[in-house]
Design a protein around this ligand. Structure first.
Ligand code: SF4
Length: 323
C-alpha cells in the first residue's frame, strides 16, 4: 500500500512560565516527544491512549493547527512544515479534522447550511445553486434531512451535530480525515451508529483515517492498525488483530485487560498498574512508564526504550521486549 502520511520525530513542547512581564521559563511539558509513524492510503490508524498522553496534540500538529516544536510531516509527498500560509490552506482541503465536542466545534450563530457551505465556497469547489445542492446532498449522505439547512446547531442532538461535523469535513472532498475522539461525548446508544457511518463513508469515498480515542474497545471496531501512546511517545504499533491477540508493551496489556467482557462467567486476568499517571514535568531520563510498570528494572529508569520492530509490522518501545 502507498504511504499517504509520514511523520518523523514529531515534537510539541509547551513552555511553563512564571510572571506576567518577565515570563521566566520554569520548564516544558513534552506533550508530544518524538512521535513517528506512517499512514497508508485507504487505511484507518487508531491512535489510542489515556487523556493527556498527547494524541490530540499529535493530530493538531499534523494539520499544523498548532505549530510543532520539531519534526517532519509529509503528506502526499509534500513536507507540509515548509509550506507558507496560502499553500497550507490549499493542502488543508485534503486533510480535514472532526472534533470531539460537536457543539463547541459548530458556530452557534450560523445556520447548518452556512456552516457546511463555508468550506465549499472558501476552496472554490462550487458556488450558488450548485453549492446549496451540494450542502443538501452532504446532509443526506450523513443521514440528515436536506431541509435542516435553515436550522441552528442548538436544535440538534449531539449525535446529529457530530454528523454535521462529518458533513462539513466531507464538503471539501478530503483525502484524509483525523477524527479526534468523535464518539466519546455521545450516548453509548448513538456511538455505534456514528462509527458505522464513518466506516461506510470510508468505503464509499476511499478515505484515509486517523481515529483518535482513549478507549481501545472503540478503536477496535474501526482500525486496521493501532498505535498506543503514553506520555507523548508511541509505545506500540501494529495491526489491530495482532495488538489484541499478542500485546507486548505492559501499558497495552493493562489497557486490554481493562476492557470489560459482557459475560459474567468469563474470568479475565487484570494487569494492575502501580500508580496514577505521573506529572510529565517530573520525568526521569528513561522510560515514561517506569513509575507505573509492574515489570520495571533499573535500566528502564536510565534509558529511553526505542520503538523497534519485533516482528513483521509490530513495533514496541520496551527494554523487556527489545533485549
Ligand atoms: Fe516497563 Fe521497562 Fe518496558 Fe518501560 S521499558 S515498559 S519500565 S519494562
Amino acid at each position: 500500500m502507498e504511504v499517504l502520511l509520514q511523520i518523523r520525530n514529531l515534537k510539541k513542547y509547551f513552555p511553563i512560565t512564571k510572571g506576567i512581564i518577565t515570563k521566566k521559563q520554569l520548564g516544558v511539558v513534552k506533550a508530544v516527544d518524538g512521535v513517528g509513524f506512517e499512514v497508508y492510503q485507504g487505511e484507518t490508524l487508531g491512535l489510542v491512549g489515556e487523556s493527556g498522553c498527547g494524541k490530540s496534540t499529535t493530530g493538531r500538529c499534523i494539520l499544523r493547527l498548532i505549530e510543532p516544536t520539531a519534526g517532519e510531516v509529509h503528506f502526499d509527498g509534500v513536507n507540509i512544515g515548509k509550506l507558507d500560509k496560502q499553500a497550507m490552506r490549499r493542502i488543508r482541503k485534503d486533510m480535514q479534522m472532526v472534533f470531539q465536542a460537536p457543539f463547541a466545534s459548530l458556530n452557534p450563530r450560523m445556520k447548518i447550511g452556512d456552516i457546511i457551505m463555508e468550506p465549499i465556497l472558501l476552496h472554490g469547489i462550487a458556488k450558488g445553486k450548485e453549492a446549496r445542492n451540494r450542502v443538501k446532498d452532504l446532509l443526506n449522505i450523513v443521514g440528515l434531512a436536506g431541509s435542516y439547512t435553515e436550522c441552528y446547531p442548538h436544535e440538534f442532538s449531539d449525535g446529529q451535530r457530530q454528523r454535521i461535523g462529518i458533513a462539513r469535513a466531507l464538503a471539501v472532498e478530503p483525502k484524509m480525515i483525523i477524527f479526534d475522539e468523535p464518539v466519546s461525548a455521545l450516548d453509548v446508544s448513538i456511538r455505534a451508529q456514528v462509527i458505522n457511518l464513518i466506516k461506510d463513508l470510508q468505503e464509499q469515498y476511499k478515505l484515509t483515517y486517523i481515529f483518535i480515542a482513549h478507549d481501545l474497545s472503540v478503536v477496535h471496531h474501526i482500525s486496521d492498525r493501532v498505535a498506543v501512546m503514553y506520555l507523548g511517545r508511541i509505545v506500540e504499533i501494529t495491526g489491530y488483530r495482532e495488538l489484541y491477540q499478542n500485546p507486548c508493551h505492559p501499558y497495552t496489556k493493562a489497557l486490554i485487560s481493562a476492557i470489560p467482557i459482557p459475560d459474567p462467567n468469563v474470568k479475565k486476568e487484570k494487569l494492575i498498574l502501580k500508580s496514577d499517571v505521573i506529572n510529565s514535568l517530573n520525568q526521569h531520563p528513561g522510560c515514561n512508564f517506569y513509575s507505573r510498570c509492574p515489570y520495571s528494572f533499573p535500566r528502564c529508569r536510565e534509558e529511553v526504550p526505542e520503538l523497534r520492530e519485533t516482528r513483521d509490522g509490530h513495533s514496541v518501545a520496551c527494554h523487556l521486549v527489545n533485549t
